[in-house]
Structure formats: C-alpha cells, structure tokens
Design a protein around this ligand. Sequence first.
Ligand code: NAP
Length: 259
Amino acid sequence: MAKPIIITGASSGIGYELAKVCAAKGHDLVLIARREDRLLSLKAELETARGVQVLTYRGDLTDADTRQQFFDWTQTQGIAPYALVNNAGFGDLTAFAEADWAKHNAMLQLNIVALTHLTRLYLPGLIAQGQGRILNVASLAAFLPGPYLAVYYATKAYVLSFTNAIASELQGTGVTATTLCPGPTESEFQERAAAKDAQLFAIENMPTSAEVAAYGYAAMEKGQGTAIHGTKNKLLSFSARRLPRHRLADIAKRMQQPV
Ligand SMILES: NC(=O)c1ccc[n+]([C@@H]2O[C@H](COP(=O)([O-])OP(=O)(O)OC[C@H]3O[C@@H](n4cnc5c(N)ncnc54)[C@H](OP(=O)(O)O)[C@@H]3O)[C@@H](O)[C@H]2O)c1
C-alpha cells in the first residue's frame, strides 16, 4: 500500500471527509467503523475516482479485543501505516446525574481508551520507520468544562493533553502528533449527542466536515502540535486560557441550553 493512512470513524462526518482528502492526496486507506455498508460504498467511490487502495474493517472500537484484532489484522495484511487518525468519538447531552452509564462508559472507552490504545499499538512501528503522523481529533471542548456534556468535554481535554505530551516525546523521531480541535461542525454528531437544539449548534454558516477535514489533514502534514479550526474558535480557546474555570463552565452551560 502507498503511504497508507488508518482512519477510525470513517463512515460519516469528519472521518468520512478525511478519507476523501487523504485519497485525493494519493494515500491508500484503511477505514474502520461499525457501519461497514458506508465504508464499502466510500471504498468503491475512492478506488474509482482516485485509484487508491482502500481496505475496510467493521468493528466497535469500544471493545479492547476488537482493537487488538484490528491491529493484528493490519499486521497480517502487511500494512505499515504512514499515519493513524483517531477520529471516532461521540457525545451525549444530559445532566450528569441522569446520564445513561452504559452510554457514558462507551464514550470513555471510545474517546479516550481506544484512541490511547491504538496510538500505543501503532506508534512503535511509526517510530521504527523514522517517519509518520498521528492525528487525534479532540474539540474546542478540550479547553473548558462543559456542563450537560461534562464527560464529553473532559474526554476531549484528555485527548489534547495526551497528544501534546506524546508530541513532545516524539521530537526528533520523524513522527509527529497533531491534535485537531474543531468547533461546532456539520456532521451526525449533533443528532447522536441529542444536541441538535443546543445554542452551540445554532450558528449560521457552521463549517462543514469537508472544511474541517481539509484543515486537519494540512495540519497533520505540517506536523502542527495543536490545530484549532476557525478564527473564532482560535480566539475562544485563547480567552478560555485566561478566564477562571467557573466562568468558563457558566459560558459553556449557556451554550448547551436549547435555543
Ligand atoms: N461535529 C462537531 O461539532 C464536532 C466538534 C468537535 C469535535 N468533533 C469530534 O470529531 C470526531 C468525529 O465526529 P463527527 O462530528 O464526524 O461525528 P459523526 O458524523 O457522528 O462521526 C462519528 C464517527 O465515529 C464512528 N464511531 C462512533 N462510535 C464508534 C464505535 N463504537 N466504534 C467505531 N467507530 C465509532 C462512527 O461510525 P459508526 O457509527 O459507523 O461506527 C462515525 O464514523 C469525534 O471525535 C467528535 O468528538 C466533532
């Protein structure tokens, strides 16, 4: 395979568009998500339009055995990835005291544990080949506490901290680790998070997943440490680093209210 890129959560939204951007740049792809039908139609589209090779894998990344089996499968296929894109993730808008624990546990497993586990599995290979990229998808949520999406925001703070730390460890190896922080973006996220009515997503000209994916790919290629999409989001993250945490929580709380 030619400079293959592994993308998790490529069946919709930002991951789907990242697959398109990577294929347009000539990368072969390995795509994983649960909805294999979507991966297969994307594979057919990209193989025809871009002439790249696309392998698909149906798997639930909240499951540790699935993650190990996926890694083993890529090894037996002889895939030496150029990049790993940990994009799969979801949120759930609810008061924490009423949270569905199974759903929140799955969120922790996917947004934190799967991202960390896959990074641990693939990183030694990237370092051994002396070049490579990790792109971990966090969020603007990484910069503040998020009432009613408390666990989700906290998972993204983890992704930012973890990825910034390993980026530092990787200096001089030829491998870089980039944290992509999108703000509200058009995708299936809002519906899955039951957050369609939240003020956060009631913005005009919400960026598309394609715009965020193009930005994320460019940042990954440059080896940028933290990549915050959009000028407004950059300003927000900058202010977030200066305001007291309780003030930030109040602001986020208002954004999570219905319109
Ligand atoms: N949209 C936003 O406003 C926004 C803002 C900031 C950050 N983000 C982050 O961007 C990333 C992509 O989200 P999106 O906005 O593109 O949402 P999306 O359209 O809902 O896409 C989420 C992807 O994750 C996959 N996924 C979910 N659960 C999975 C599981 N258990 N195992 C494997 N794959 C799973 C989904 O595939 P299957 O359902 O087929 O498995 C889907 O491909 C997430 O990490 C999200 O937190 C989104």
